[in-house]
Design a protein around this ligand. Structure first.
Ligand SMILES: [Fe+2]
Length: 285
């Protein structure tokens, strides 16, 4: 199976938008390792050149959409030298990223006190890192809802592209909007700043879509199921992960079985439960 399809299937198995079924640290490490093995060519990106249908090299930030569902979204941002994605956060999300080509600089913060109902437009953050330089030799990074640099800005030092996996994805309806911020320094408190919410998208930010030219991506297609069965290295790992998830699911269900009927039914209907049972069935074939 090609690497990007393998990666997509792994994400489909592990990620859930159900708060009670968030990925374990081991699962995150597994996904991080798979992401670290991806290269631009695996996604049909050659020499970092993003072109439109007429062969023109377009300026500005491009987004190559790869996949999205209720549980996660995946895509590549391509930036020309000097372009910046302004300060924004990923509310309630885990985000895995990998630079595919070029190099970039990241500034990141984490919430000390996010905006609340008393001060809906202001929050206090601490600096997580400043001008951290990443390129295609850097390991895949991961950030969490309250750590790892959840609020960040990115500036391209050369033409660059990075793959982002967001789990769960942005969703206004589920309270995970995309929000941009401006910084208000606190002179007497180095390393901390107040963030003020901006209304809408910053005027100087322009992102347009670019076509995806890599292998076709389906999470549960007949092709990927057949490829998975033929995969010598991936299948044992899939079986191992399925067994771990089943064990974890059984333990969790035992806890709630006689306590909360509603919660039990939520688990049985969850996508992750379905993914686990599907993976176990597939591994057994
Ligand atoms: Fe981001």
């Amino acid at each position: 199976m090609c690497k990007i399809r393998k990666f997509l299937r792994a994400c489909g198995m592990v990620f859930s938008d159900d708060y009670y079924l968030r990925p374990s640290p081991d699962e995150i490490r597994w996904i991080q390792n798979l992401l670290g093995g991806l290269e631009a060519s695996d996604l049909g990106i050659v020499d970092g050149e993003i072109e439109n249908g007429n062969g023109d090299h377009r300026q500005g930030i491009k987004y190559i959409h790869l996949y999205d569902c209720n549980e996660f979204s995946m895509g590549v941002f391509c930036l020309p030298t000097g372009a910046t994605i302004p300060l924004h956060d990923h509310p309630g999300m885990t985000v895995l990223s990998r630079v595919l080509y070029g190099s970039l600089s990241v500034n990141a913060y984490d919430w000390i006190k996010p905006p609340d109902s008393n001060h809906p437009n202001f929050g206090l953050v601490s600096s997580t890192f400043n001008d951290k330089i990443c390129d295609s030799t850097s390991p895949a990074s991961v950030l969490y809802p309250r750590s790892g640099g959840n609020i960040h800005s990115v500036t391209a030092l050369t033409p660059c592209g990075f793959l982002d996996v967001l789990t769960p994805p942005y969703s206004d309806a589920k309270g995970r909007p995309s929000t941009y911020y401006s910084e208000i320094p606190i002179p007497f408190l180095p390393g901390f700043v107040i963030l003020e919410r901006e209304v809408g998208v910053p005027k100087n930010l322009s992102v347009t879509s670019a076509p995806y030219n890599g292998p076709e991506l389906f999470l549960h297609s007949a092709i990927s199921m057949a490829e998975t069965r033929e995969e010598n290295v991936y299948l044992p790992k899939l079986t191992e992960k399925a067994a771990e998830r089943c064990e974890e699911m059984v333990k969790f269900m035992e806890k709630v079985a006689y306590k909360n009927v509603e919660e039990r039914s939520i688990i049985l209907c969850s996508t992750k439960y379905k993914n686990v049972t599907r993976a176990v069935a597939m591994a057994g074939q």
